[in-house]
Design a protein around this ligand. Structure first.
Ligand SMILES: [Zn+2]
Length: 352
């Protein structure tokens, strides 16, 4: 198991993995002691719910950490019932909306509810339904929020006061598969997600709609690789979604994912993200070598080189913009210069 930025990933391991590690080494995580600054460290890295879950299994001060974790369980229970209300109100009026990303993953596979960290909830929906969505959201007390830097063509955010005790509650509707201005096969990914919302949907008992496990896994892998260049904030948190999804699924049909990723030209990204989740969270993966053609491996190795810090002996959580472009070009399986030229021309033409 390799470190992610000085070992943040140790505080995000799945419960089963923590127990395995303790069996191997009863002092696991005690060695990583942060001299009483653990809580600060976890807050700084925005992983307090995960960290409190892990530490409630290993630390001497189990009671303290269980109570921190319990507070998140209460908060997330409130958010869950709010999301149920949203879906109830959509019934018969909005058909394309599915719960997505972090909260969508947790609910879909029944992973630890307390470990939902961000507090913001993300939906994916067709932009053609945005008027109905806005009306439904208004009906239950939400107002449209203009967030700087994110155009309405990519995402619309709604805010409601009074849901959470000390904080406004935000709900995002993402109209695009990944919030990025340029990647080569964006149109294919858009169609793919549209197809998923029609054909690969799971209705949970509480009325909440999510994608099927394979479809969700595919988009979680693309989210971390395209949206976050494999490592940028919230970095390892995105891998925790992938880890939980794989561990909590009875069976993942990797061949199905392979057929999508080949059609969309995303093999290098899917393979590299799977490789990373295996490296940093010890996620059990039976079948991911099916993505690794010779070309895929070569480009994946190039990407990893830009993510690995030899001096620190860990994966980094920062990449310069120049290196992000390089990572993008390798993820598309093309050399850097032709990639960069195409991208500059396309971005200029789109006038953005
Ligand atoms: Zn938890």
């Amino acid at each position: 198991m390799k470190k992610f930025d000085r070992g943040i990933n140790y505080y995000m391991l799945h419960e089963n993995e923590v127990k395995n590690k303790i069996k191997e080494n009863p002092n696991f995580l005690c060695e990583e002691s942060l001299d009483g600054k653990t809580q600060e460290y976890l807050i700084e890295n925005k992983i307090l719910p995960y960290g409190s879950h892990v530490l409630s299994l290993v630390n001497d001060s189990k009671i303290k950490w269980s109570s921190v974790h319990q507070d998140y369980l209460i908060r997330n229970g409130i958010i869950l019932s709010e999301v149920e209300t949203i879906f109830k109100n959509f019934n018969g009026k909005v058909s394309t909306a599915v719960l997505f990303e972090n909260f969508g993953t947790i609910l879909s596979i029944n992973a630890c509810l307390a470990c939902f960290t961000s507090g913001d909830v993300d939906f994916s929906a067709s932009i053609s339904e945005s008027p109905q969505i806005e009306q439904c959201m208004n009906e239950i007390g939400y107002a449209r929020e203009v967030r700087r830097g994110v155009p309405d063509s990519i995402m619309t955010t709604f805010v409601k006061k009074g849901v959470l005790p000390n904080k406004d509650f935000y709900v995002n509707f993402e109209w695009k598969p990944i919030a990025r201005r340029y990647i080569k096969n964006m149109r294919e990914l858009h169609q793919r997600l549209e197809q998923f919302r029609n054909e690969n949907v799971k209705l949970l008992e509480n009325g909440i709609k999510v994608l099927s496990n394979e479809a969700l896994l595919y988009f979680n892998l693309l989210h971390v690789s395209i949206g976050h260049y494999y490592n940028t904030s919230p970095g390892v948190r995105l891998y925790a979604d992938i880890d939980r999804l794989i561990r909590h699924s009875e069976k993942i049909d990797y061949f199905k994912i392979l057929s999508w990723s080949e059609e969309d030209n995303q093999n290098i990204r899917v393979y590299t993200a799977l490789r990373l989740v295996h490296d940093i969270l010890d996620t059990p993966l039976d079948n991911y070598e099916i993505f690794a053609s010779k070309k895929t491996k070569i480009y994946s190795n190039k990407i990893i080189k830009y993510l690995w810090n030899r001096k620190m002996n860990s994966y980094t959580k920062k990449t310069s913009i120049y290196n992000q472009w390089k990572i993008d070009s390798f993820s598309e399986g093309v050399a850097f210069i032709p990639y960069a030229l195409t991208r500059l021309i396309k971005l200029n033409r789109s006038g953005k």
